[in-house]
Every structure is written in structure tokens, then in C-alpha cells.
Design a protein around this ligand. Structure first.
Ligand code: GAP
Length: 463
């Protein structure tokens, strides 16, 4: 189960250097719990979201999509229970003035004594009190109680609130699902572990409506489906796990909940929760809106409030898991030297005949750049012209990268760090026999491939 541990700081530094993730508002000293995704990060996240949407919505007959607004009627949050109960217990430290989650004191570092946690640093803590995590704002020019609104803390409620409209336009029959990808906001007391717990993040949520009584079967189905899905975006099965909630940890309306966990460098942590929520949400919205939210089953001539199974995943956490899974520091044989690729041994020097490389071994499906095209030399117009022609041809189908600057080995290394699975080098042999060097990022093997076959081969590798 254990993935070779590494310091998250190393990964964060690579992510900054290569343009995956930047601290939000860095120019002004940053703002805790908010992150910006750079040119490679935005592609990575888009690929994860596209993979989810393709597999959860477009490839299925029984799921349709929705894009609801972030700010909704405040009554939605009364009905959902968020206004009353979406809170974490918080304590203040009278000594350092820090604020901490009361249930995470042991793993919270003291800001004044970073080698100690908040329980052992000697600071005086207040009693715990509940802190609501929803961000408040005002709609319209008057800022009073009647104009209070909230940034949504989850995308799910937009789906429940539009259940009736979607049902009536989509011609779906229960069992069916409504899926949504979008931003969610939580004023987390202690954002931490890089992007893992942020104050602004994206969710991919599916509300799958089922007949009462079928909850257990569909819950089992979605847990299995979702576990499988993570392997399609490159997470190793041995780094994935499940946490099955015991009865006493379930919400009063839920009949089952399983978290899909990933072995991060900072421990086994949740990527996604899959809950069987009964008919709690639709019943509450029906009660608070005064409108019936029912389904008429023609086959049995019965009317009922559907139950729901909810697989709810966080895009940013998945992106972080994908980065952790892909990240490797390796010793590779120098050009012209025989030898095997080895994992770098921290603290030891690189063996003779080897050099160190940092690589992101993304599965091609999520890799931000699918291939890089290089002319061997930039000062030979015939090589540049042939390389650019190939680059333009591939660019019409995939995100590809063109690089003519520096020694070819250094250009490969740059793409290894960006996680680009394939390198294509146009050299003098290309001009003679119309083949290019195809280099595989992971095993660094090189072979000659006819230019005319490159696009087909890439399509197969990316399928
Ligand atoms: N509608 C159910 C719901 O929102 P949740 O377990 O609170 O359930 C679902 O959130 C997923 O959203 C989590 O598994 C996680 O991936 C992501 N998530 C929740 N809070 C987050 C945060 N503060 N930062 C990043 N991702 C978060």
C-alpha cells in the first residue's frame, strides 16, 4: 500500500517551476487556502474533468448534465441543513492567537513553535465552538439581512433544486442521474496539505436517483464503478482504499457511505465520498418550497420521492493525487551508457554513468501535453521546417508542444518534468527516409517511426 514517500514541498516546488500550481495572489503575499492553476495545471484539471464527464455522463444513457449557479436562493441552504449544521468545531489559542479545528489539534502545527503541535506547545486554548463554513455575501446594493446569500459549499444542492425541471425535459426514468462539475467554497478553519483542503475548490458530483429499496444495490454499483475509474486516470490500485462508514458514523438519513481513499505522502486521505442519502434532500426541498418533488412510475402506477446515491469527488484532490502518483525522481543512464532506470536514493550521490531526472509519469489520458516535437538543431532550416510541419499536423488534434531551444537531452528532460508521454525528434535521417525518433518518456526507449504513421500511433497511445 505504501507509496514511496516524498516531501510534498518537493512536488510543490516542481508544480510552481513548471506552471502547474501557483499560490493565489502571490504578488501580494498570498491568501491562505486559495490556489491558481498555471498553463500545465489547467490542462491537467481539464483532462480529469473531461474524463469524468465523458465516463459519467456522455458514455451513459442514464445520466444527464447540469450547470447550476454558484449563488442560489438562501432557503436552499436552510432546506439542505447547511445553514444550521455545516460547521466544524473551532478553538482559539489565547497565546499565539491561532485558530484551529478542535478535532485536528494533534496534527495542527503551532505557528510559534513549528516543531510542536497545538496540544503540546503549551498555548492556552479556548473551549470549542461551532463555526459555519459557508462564505456569506449580499445580493444587490443593500447589505442587510434580507439580501444575505451564500457561495455554495457543494454543487449537489443545485441538482436537487433543479430535479423537477431536469426530469421533465430529459425524458429520463428512475433510475437515472444528474451530474455537475463546478466550484464550491468552504471557509475551512485550517486549509492544509497543499491543495488538499482548500477554501475554493471544484467538485464533480453525481446524484443518482433510484426507487426506494434499491439504494443498497446501486450504492454497491457506484462504489465499484468509481474505484475502477480512478485506475483509468493512472492511480495504482494498491494506492487506493475504501473507508466503509460504520452505522454510528452515518447521518441519520443515510443508509451507507464509503469514502474512496488515496495514499498521499501525508497519509491515507479521502478523494471521494459515495453516500446513499435516502430521500432526505428531495423531501426537504419539497417541504421548504411547498412543491412536490415526486416521480410517477408508469410501470407500477405509483408515485414516490426517489432515493439518491451520491458519488461526490473533488477535482483538486484528484489532481493532487494524480501528481503524487506520477512524481518520481530517478537515476537514468547517461546518453550512450548501458544501464537500467533506478529510483533515486535520497541522500546518496548519483552513481557513475548516471544522471538524475525528475519525471511526471502521467497516464496519457490526463497528461497536459500529449507529445513534444523537436528539430534536432534549430539552425538547420530544413529540420525546423519538417518539425514544424509535423507539429502543426498534430496540433490540430491534440495539445502538443514545439521546442527547438537547447541540447536535445535537456529538451527531453524538460518534457519529462512536464509529464509529456512522447517526444518526436526530427533529424537528418528524417530528411532521407521520412522517419522520426519516437521517444517514450517512461522507459526512454527510442525507435524510428514513419512520419506518416505518427498521428495514428499517437491516437492509439492516447485512446
Ligand atoms: N455533496 C457531498 C459533499 O460535498 P464532501 O465529502 O463534503 O461531500 C465531497 O465533499 C468531495 O469534495 C470530497 O471527497 C473532496 O474530494 C472534495 N472536498 C471537500 N472539501 C474540500 C476542500 N476543503 N478542499 C478540497 N476538496 C474538498
Amino acid at each position: 500500500m505504501n507509496k514511496k514517500s516524498f516531501d510534498l514541498e518537493e512536488l510543490a516546488s516542481l508544480c510552481k517551476r513548471r506552471g502547474f500550481i501557483f499560490q493565489s495572489s502571490e504578488l501580494y503575499g498570498g491568501i491562505n487556502g486559495f490556489w491558481d492553476y498555471g498553463p500545465l495545471g489547467v490542462e491537467l484539471k481539464k483532462n480529469i474533468k473531461d474524463a469524468w464527464w465523458r465516463d459519467t455522463v456522455q458514455r451513459r444513457d442514464d445520466v444527464v448534465g447540469l450547470d447550476a449557479s454558484i449563488i442560489m436562493h438562501p432557503r436552499i441552504w436552510e432546506a439542505s441543513g447547511h445553514l444550521e449544521g455545516f460547521s466544524d468545531p473551532m478553538v482559539d489559542c489565547k497565546t499565539c492567537k491561532g485558530r484551529f479545528r478542535a478535532d485536528q489539534l494533534e496534527s495542527s502545527t503551532c505557528p510559534q513553535k513549528p516543531s510542536k503541535n497545538v496540544l503540546s506547545c503549551g498555548g492556552e486554548l479556548t473551549e470549542a465552538r461551532q463555526f459555519n463554513l459557508m462564505f456569506k455575501t449580499f445580493v444587490g446594493p443593500v447589505q442587510d439581512d434580507s439580501s444575505v446569500a451564500y457561495l455554495r459549499p457543494e454543487t449537489a444542492q443545485g441538482i436537487f433544486a433543479q430535479f423537477d425541471n431536469v426530469l421533465s425535459v430529459s425524458r429520463q426514468k428512475v433510475p437515472f442521474g444528474i451530474a455537475q462539475i463546478g466550484k464550491a467554497f468552504r471557509n475551512e478553519i485550517n486549509p492544509r496539505n497543499y491543495t488538499f483542503r482548500s477554501r475554493e475548490f471544484e467538485q464533480m458530483e453525481l446524484e443518482f436517483f433510484v426507487p426506494p429499496g434499491d439504494d443498497e444495490e446501486w450504492h454497491r454499483y457506484w462504489v465499484a464503478e468509481r474505484l475502477k475509474w480512478y485506475t483509468t486516470i493512472g492511480l495504482a490500485p494498491e494506492h487506493l482504499d475504501q473507508y466503509v462508514y460504520p452505522q454510528e458514523e452515518l447521518a441519520h438519513y443515510a443508509s451507507a457511505c464509503v469514502d474512496i481513499m488515496y495514499q498521499f505522502p501525508f497519509g491515507l486521505q479521502e478523494l471521494e465520498g459515495i453516500a446513499a442519502r435516502g430521500n432526505f434532500d428531495l423531501s426537504r426541498h419539497s417541504e421548504y418550497s411547498g412543491k412536490k418533488l415526486e416521480y410517477f412510475d408508469q410501470a407500477t402506477n405509483t408515485r414516490y420521492i426517489p432515493h439518491v446515491v451520491e458519488p461526490s469527488a473533488g477535482v483538486d484532490r484528484i489532481a493532487l493525487a494524480v501528481l503524487c502518483e506520477a512524481y518520481a525522481v530517478e537515476w537514468i543512464p547517461k546518453e550512450g551508457t548501458a544501464g537500467e532506470i533506478q529510483p533515486a536514493q535520497p541522500g546518496e550521490s548519483v552513481p557513475a554513468g548516471y544522471e538524475e531526472r525528475t519525471v511526471l509519469r502521467f497516464t496519457p489520458r490526463v497528461a497536459p501535453i500529449k507529445a513534444a516535437v523537436f528539430p534536432l538543431l534549430k539552425n538547420r532550416p530544413e529540420l525546423v521546417e519538417a518539425a514544424q510541419k509535423l507539429y502543426r499536423q498534430l496540433q490540430s488534434s491534440w495539445p502538443v508542444f514545439y521546442d527547438q531551444t537547447g541540447a536535445i537531452g535537456r529538451r527531453y528532460r524538460r518534457q519529462d518534468e512536464a509529464g509529456t508521454p512522447f517526444g518526436l525528434t526530427v533529424d537528418f535521417q528524417t530528411l532521407e527516409d521520412q522517419t522520426v525518433t519516437w521517444r517514450d518518456r517512461d522507459d526512454m526507449r527510442q525507435e524510428r517511426v514513419p512520419v506518416a504513421e505518427v498521428a495514428d500511433r499517437l491516437a492509439t497511445a492516447l485512446a
